[in-house]
Write a protein that binds this ligand. Structure first.
Ligand code: NAD
Length: 251
Protein backbone atom coordinates (compact mmCIF):
# COMPACT_ATOMS: atom_id res chain seq x y z
CA UNK A 1 0.00 0.00 0.00
CA UNK A 2 1.34 3.45 -0.89
CA UNK A 3 2.01 5.83 1.99
CA UNK A 4 -0.50 8.56 2.76
CA UNK A 5 -0.39 12.00 4.36
CA UNK A 6 -1.82 11.00 7.76
CA UNK A 7 -0.35 7.48 8.00
CA UNK A 8 0.48 6.63 11.63
CA UNK A 9 -1.33 9.69 12.99
CA UNK A 10 -4.26 9.77 15.41
CA UNK A 11 -6.94 12.44 15.01
CA UNK A 12 -9.70 13.42 17.42
CA UNK A 13 -12.78 15.00 15.84
CA UNK A 14 -15.35 16.59 18.16
CA UNK A 15 -18.88 16.69 16.81
CA UNK A 16 -17.59 14.11 14.36
CA UNK A 17 -20.84 12.14 14.00
CA UNK A 18 -22.65 14.64 11.78
CA UNK A 19 -22.17 17.29 9.11
CA UNK A 20 -18.74 18.91 8.80
CA UNK A 21 -17.23 16.72 11.55
CA UNK A 22 -18.43 13.54 9.82
CA UNK A 23 -16.94 14.70 6.51
CA UNK A 24 -13.67 15.57 8.27
CA UNK A 25 -13.60 12.13 9.91
CA UNK A 26 -14.04 10.35 6.56
CA UNK A 27 -11.49 12.59 4.78
CA UNK A 28 -8.87 12.04 7.48
CA UNK A 29 -9.50 8.27 7.41
CA UNK A 30 -9.14 8.26 3.61
CA UNK A 31 -5.76 9.96 4.02
CA UNK A 32 -4.52 7.33 6.47
CA UNK A 33 -5.40 8.71 9.93
CA UNK A 34 -6.90 6.71 12.77
CA UNK A 35 -9.83 8.81 13.95
CA UNK A 36 -11.69 9.01 17.25
CA UNK A 37 -15.08 10.74 17.14
CA UNK A 38 -16.02 12.57 20.34
CA UNK A 39 -19.71 13.38 20.19
CA UNK A 40 -22.88 13.53 22.29
CA UNK A 41 -24.23 10.85 19.93
CA UNK A 42 -21.20 8.98 18.55
CA UNK A 43 -23.16 5.95 17.31
CA UNK A 44 -23.59 7.46 13.84
CA UNK A 45 -19.85 7.98 13.35
CA UNK A 46 -18.14 6.68 10.20
CA UNK A 47 -17.22 3.00 10.08
CA UNK A 48 -13.77 2.40 11.52
CA UNK A 49 -13.79 5.47 13.76
CA UNK A 50 -13.42 4.96 17.50
CA UNK A 51 -16.70 6.18 18.97
CA UNK A 52 -16.43 8.09 22.24
CA UNK A 53 -19.44 9.54 24.00
CA UNK A 54 -18.44 13.02 25.11
CA UNK A 55 -20.03 16.32 26.09
CA UNK A 56 -17.52 19.10 25.41
CA UNK A 57 -19.40 21.24 27.95
CA UNK A 58 -18.35 18.86 30.75
CA UNK A 59 -14.68 18.84 31.76
CA UNK A 60 -14.77 15.35 33.33
CA UNK A 61 -16.45 13.95 30.23
CA UNK A 62 -13.73 15.50 28.01
CA UNK A 63 -10.91 14.20 30.22
CA UNK A 64 -12.42 10.68 30.21
CA UNK A 65 -12.81 10.82 26.44
CA UNK A 66 -9.19 11.86 25.86
CA UNK A 67 -7.99 9.13 28.27
CA UNK A 68 -10.05 6.60 26.31
CA UNK A 69 -8.62 7.73 22.96
CA UNK A 70 -5.06 7.47 24.24
CA UNK A 71 -5.72 4.03 25.80
CA UNK A 72 -7.18 2.78 22.53
CA UNK A 73 -5.05 4.52 19.88
CA UNK A 74 -1.81 5.24 21.75
CA UNK A 75 -1.63 9.05 21.50
CA UNK A 76 -3.06 12.14 19.79
CA UNK A 77 -1.49 14.05 16.89
CA UNK A 78 -4.40 16.04 15.49
CA UNK A 79 -7.36 17.70 17.21
CA UNK A 80 -10.29 18.91 15.14
CA UNK A 81 -12.36 21.12 17.48
CA UNK A 82 -15.60 21.12 15.55
CA UNK A 83 -18.50 20.58 17.99
CA UNK A 84 -20.68 23.64 18.13
CA UNK A 85 -24.29 24.79 18.28
CA UNK A 86 -26.23 27.70 16.82
CA UNK A 87 -27.95 30.64 18.48
CA UNK A 88 -30.23 33.14 16.85
CA UNK A 89 -31.36 36.65 17.62
CA UNK A 90 -30.26 40.19 18.37
CA UNK A 91 -28.47 41.27 21.56
CA UNK A 92 -31.71 41.17 23.58
CA UNK A 93 -32.85 37.77 22.36
CA UNK A 94 -30.88 35.56 24.75
CA UNK A 95 -30.67 35.71 28.54
CA UNK A 96 -27.54 35.12 30.66
CA UNK A 97 -28.19 31.39 30.97
CA UNK A 98 -28.32 30.97 27.20
CA UNK A 99 -25.17 33.07 26.74
CA UNK A 100 -23.35 30.86 29.25
CA UNK A 101 -24.70 27.63 27.72
CA UNK A 102 -23.71 28.41 24.13
CA UNK A 103 -20.37 29.97 25.13
CA UNK A 104 -19.59 26.92 27.26
CA UNK A 105 -20.08 24.55 24.31
CA UNK A 106 -18.69 26.60 21.43
CA UNK A 107 -15.72 28.32 23.11
CA UNK A 108 -14.83 26.63 26.39
CA UNK A 109 -15.55 23.24 24.77
CA UNK A 110 -12.61 23.81 22.42
CA UNK A 111 -10.44 24.92 25.36
CA UNK A 112 -11.29 21.78 27.37
CA UNK A 113 -10.49 19.39 24.52
CA UNK A 114 -7.25 21.14 23.54
CA UNK A 115 -6.11 21.40 27.18
CA UNK A 116 -6.70 17.70 27.79
CA UNK A 117 -4.97 16.73 24.52
CA UNK A 118 -1.98 19.07 24.99
CA UNK A 119 0.33 16.62 26.82
CA UNK A 120 -0.11 14.18 23.90
CA UNK A 121 0.23 16.86 21.21
CA UNK A 122 3.54 17.81 22.84
CA UNK A 123 4.78 14.25 22.26
CA UNK A 124 3.76 14.23 18.58
CA UNK A 125 6.09 15.14 15.71
CA UNK A 126 3.13 16.37 13.62
CA UNK A 127 0.89 18.10 16.15
CA UNK A 128 -1.92 20.21 14.82
CA UNK A 129 -5.19 21.72 16.04
CA UNK A 130 -7.91 22.88 13.65
CA UNK A 131 -10.89 24.80 15.06
CA UNK A 132 -14.15 25.06 13.16
CA UNK A 133 -14.89 28.76 13.23
CA UNK A 134 -17.32 30.52 10.81
CA UNK A 135 -17.73 33.54 8.60
CA UNK A 136 -19.81 34.76 11.57
CA UNK A 137 -16.49 35.60 13.29
CA UNK A 138 -16.02 38.61 11.04
CA UNK A 139 -19.08 39.10 8.84
CA UNK A 140 -21.50 40.93 11.14
CA UNK A 141 -24.36 38.54 10.39
CA UNK A 142 -27.84 39.86 11.27
CA UNK A 143 -29.65 38.18 14.18
CA UNK A 144 -26.60 36.17 15.24
CA UNK A 145 -25.02 38.18 18.09
CA UNK A 146 -24.34 35.32 20.50
CA UNK A 147 -23.23 32.85 17.81
CA UNK A 148 -20.97 35.49 16.23
CA UNK A 149 -19.43 36.32 19.62
CA UNK A 150 -18.47 32.67 20.12
CA UNK A 151 -16.95 32.41 16.65
CA UNK A 152 -15.07 35.71 17.07
CA UNK A 153 -13.61 34.29 20.28
CA UNK A 154 -12.56 31.12 18.45
CA UNK A 155 -10.75 33.17 15.81
CA UNK A 156 -8.89 35.22 18.46
CA UNK A 157 -8.12 32.09 20.47
CA UNK A 158 -6.79 30.30 17.40
CA UNK A 159 -4.25 33.08 16.75
CA UNK A 160 -3.22 33.35 20.41
CA UNK A 161 -2.79 29.59 20.74
CA UNK A 162 -0.80 29.48 17.51
CA UNK A 163 1.60 32.05 19.00
CA UNK A 164 1.94 30.11 22.26
CA UNK A 165 2.68 26.73 20.74
CA UNK A 166 4.55 27.41 17.49
CA UNK A 167 7.99 26.96 19.07
CA UNK A 168 7.04 23.56 20.44
CA UNK A 169 5.83 22.44 17.04
CA UNK A 170 2.07 22.50 17.64
CA UNK A 171 0.22 24.33 14.89
CA UNK A 172 -3.20 25.91 15.46
CA UNK A 173 -5.43 27.07 12.61
CA UNK A 174 -9.12 27.53 11.94
CA UNK A 175 -11.49 27.05 9.07
CA UNK A 176 -14.28 29.56 8.38
CA UNK A 177 -17.16 27.90 6.53
CA UNK A 178 -19.98 29.84 4.93
CA UNK A 179 -23.48 28.37 5.19
CA UNK A 180 -22.91 24.64 4.77
CA UNK A 181 -25.18 21.86 3.61
CA UNK A 182 -25.30 19.91 6.90
CA UNK A 183 -28.09 18.37 9.01
CA UNK A 184 -28.00 21.53 11.17
CA UNK A 185 -29.00 23.74 8.24
CA UNK A 186 -31.37 21.02 6.95
CA UNK A 187 -33.20 21.09 10.30
CA UNK A 188 -33.49 24.88 10.22
CA UNK A 189 -34.85 24.80 6.66
CA UNK A 190 -37.34 22.06 7.49
CA UNK A 191 -39.01 24.42 9.99
CA UNK A 192 -39.68 27.07 7.31
CA UNK A 193 -43.24 27.30 5.89
CA UNK A 194 -41.87 26.36 2.44
CA UNK A 195 -38.55 24.56 2.93
CA UNK A 196 -37.79 24.17 -0.79
CA UNK A 197 -38.38 27.88 -1.49
CA UNK A 198 -36.30 28.75 1.56
CA UNK A 199 -33.44 26.51 0.35
CA UNK A 200 -33.58 28.10 -3.10
CA UNK A 201 -33.45 31.59 -1.53
CA UNK A 202 -30.53 30.54 0.67
CA UNK A 203 -28.66 29.16 -2.35
CA UNK A 204 -29.27 32.39 -4.24
CA UNK A 205 -27.76 34.43 -1.38
CA UNK A 206 -24.43 32.57 -1.66
CA UNK A 207 -21.74 34.08 -3.91
CA UNK A 208 -21.46 30.86 -5.91
CA UNK A 209 -25.21 30.19 -5.91
CA UNK A 210 -25.19 27.18 -3.60
CA UNK A 211 -24.41 26.10 -0.07
CA UNK A 212 -20.90 25.02 0.86
CA UNK A 213 -20.59 21.22 0.88
CA UNK A 214 -19.27 19.67 4.12
CA UNK A 215 -16.69 17.72 2.09
CA UNK A 216 -15.26 21.04 0.88
CA UNK A 217 -14.81 22.17 4.49
CA UNK A 218 -13.28 18.78 5.33
CA UNK A 219 -10.78 19.22 2.54
CA UNK A 220 -9.67 22.57 4.02
CA UNK A 221 -9.48 20.98 7.49
CA UNK A 222 -7.21 18.25 6.11
CA UNK A 223 -5.00 20.87 4.42
CA UNK A 224 -4.54 22.75 7.70
CA UNK A 225 -3.98 19.57 9.73
CA UNK A 226 -1.57 17.98 7.27
CA UNK A 227 2.12 17.42 8.04
CA UNK A 228 2.68 18.58 4.44
CA UNK A 229 1.77 22.12 5.56
CA UNK A 230 3.98 22.36 8.63
CA UNK A 231 4.69 26.08 8.13
CA UNK A 232 1.03 27.08 8.30
CA UNK A 233 -0.15 28.28 11.71
CA UNK A 234 -2.48 30.99 13.01
CA UNK A 235 -4.39 30.99 9.74
CA UNK A 236 -8.16 31.28 9.21
CA UNK A 237 -9.08 29.64 5.95
CA UNK A 238 -12.40 30.71 4.40
CA UNK A 239 -14.55 28.08 2.67
CA UNK A 240 -17.41 30.36 1.76
CA UNK A 241 -17.61 30.73 -2.01
CA UNK A 242 -15.73 34.03 -1.71
CA UNK A 243 -18.25 35.74 0.59
CA UNK A 244 -15.74 37.28 3.00
CA UNK A 245 -13.13 38.15 0.37
CA UNK A 246 -15.79 39.92 -1.67
CA UNK A 247 -17.25 41.56 1.47
CA UNK A 248 -20.67 40.19 0.56
CA UNK A 249 -23.21 39.84 3.36
CA UNK A 250 -25.97 37.24 3.64
CA UNK A 251 -29.36 38.86 4.27
P1 NAD B 1 -24.25 19.39 12.95
O1 NAD B 1 -25.35 19.80 13.89
O2 NAD B 1 -24.59 18.69 11.69
O3 NAD B 1 -23.19 18.51 13.76
C1 NAD B 1 -22.72 18.92 15.01
C2 NAD B 1 -22.28 17.71 15.82
O4 NAD B 1 -21.78 18.20 17.07
C3 NAD B 1 -23.41 16.73 16.13
O5 NAD B 1 -23.00 15.39 15.86
C4 NAD B 1 -23.68 16.93 17.63
O6 NAD B 1 -24.10 15.75 18.28
C5 NAD B 1 -22.30 17.38 18.10
N1 NAD B 1 -22.38 18.15 19.35
C6 NAD B 1 -23.21 19.19 19.62
N2 NAD B 1 -23.01 19.60 20.89
C7 NAD B 1 -22.04 18.82 21.41
C8 NAD B 1 -21.42 18.74 22.70
N3 NAD B 1 -21.79 19.54 23.70
N4 NAD B 1 -20.44 17.82 22.87
C9 NAD B 1 -20.08 16.98 21.87
N5 NAD B 1 -20.65 16.99 20.65
C10 NAD B 1 -21.62 17.90 20.44
O7 NAD B 1 -23.44 20.75 12.70
P2 NAD B 1 -22.50 21.26 11.49
O8 NAD B 1 -23.32 22.13 10.62
O9 NAD B 1 -21.72 20.14 10.92
O10 NAD B 1 -21.55 22.23 12.33
C11 NAD B 1 -20.31 21.81 12.84
C12 NAD B 1 -19.47 23.03 13.18
O11 NAD B 1 -19.39 23.86 12.03
C13 NAD B 1 -20.03 23.92 14.31
O12 NAD B 1 -18.96 24.38 15.11
C14 NAD B 1 -20.64 25.09 13.55
O13 NAD B 1 -20.67 26.28 14.33
C15 NAD B 1 -19.70 25.20 12.38
N6 NAD B 1 -20.26 25.88 11.21
C16 NAD B 1 -21.37 25.39 10.59
C17 NAD B 1 -21.88 26.06 9.49
C18 NAD B 1 -23.11 25.57 8.74
O14 NAD B 1 -23.66 26.35 7.94
N7 NAD B 1 -23.54 24.33 8.93
C19 NAD B 1 -21.25 27.24 9.02
C20 NAD B 1 -20.12 27.71 9.69
C21 NAD B 1 -19.64 27.01 10.79
Amino acid sequence: MSSQEFDGLVAVVTGGASGIGDSATRALQAKGAKVAVLDLNPANAATGAVQVQCDVADDASVQNAIDKVVAELGGIDVVINNAGIGAQGDVAANDDDEWHRVWDINVVGMVRVTRAALPYLRKSKHASVVNTCSIAATAGLPERVLYSATKGAILAMTRAMAADHLREGIRVNCVNPGTANTPWIGNLLSKAPDPEAERAALNARQPHGRLVEPDEVASAICYLASPLNASTSGVDLAVDGGMEALRLRPA
